[in-house]
Ligand binder design. Sequence first.
Ligand code: AMP
Length: 223
Amino acid sequence: MMWIFLGAPGAGKGTQAERLQQDFGFVQISTGELLREAMRAGTELGKTVQGYVTRGDLVPDEVVASVLQERLVRGDTGTGVILDGFPRTVRQAEILEEMLAEHCWQLCGVLYLEASEEVVQQRLGGRRNCPQCGANYHVVTMPPKVEGRCDRCGAQLVVRPDDTPEAIRKRLEVYREQTEPLVAFYDQRGMLERIDASGEVDEVYRAVKEAVSRRWQRCLEKG
Ligand code: AMP
């Protein structure tokens, strides 16, 4: 069973997906995190994607789709998979449909986190990331227990290279042009759940959980 989180950078996809993972036993797969891991490890893939990621551009569809495919077939998918950051183009959504059909995976719902540009700018501006385990924080709304240190693994937190003002501008532009058309794509397929993501993390999570519980039931009934 598969879930998709759709929304602008900074809408809270990663944060909400982490919560769902804890409560429902789903496994969160973030293509951005898989790419950052490859960049940290200095693999061929890491070198190929470094420029795109740092500039705030999208990595080519076929490259990121094969990274996802590799991760999915490795197994370890719990009670379901949450895709955090994939698909980001209509082409990627089509590739995903092919993968679903090929492996008999079922898409249960697309959780669309809606937030204004002002809200996402503010969230991205204060974001801190753990370079070791990928956990996300915010200096004001979600600070770590010890300043500058990851709660999970103790590593020193950093500002992501694509959280600079210039890269943020680029990512929001790319989102509007290439990713937003997916709202209509999934709405037409009856898959879209619109969630107001402008509030506090707990408040947004209540709406996410409610949508997931409802859709999950439907998904189980369909088998
Ligand atoms: P994220 O952590 O989801 O914000 O992703 C960080 C960056 O990784 C993006 O700005 C892109 O450069 C790249 N990336 C992640 N997922 C995708 C995707 N599905 N398609 C293309 N590029 C991606």
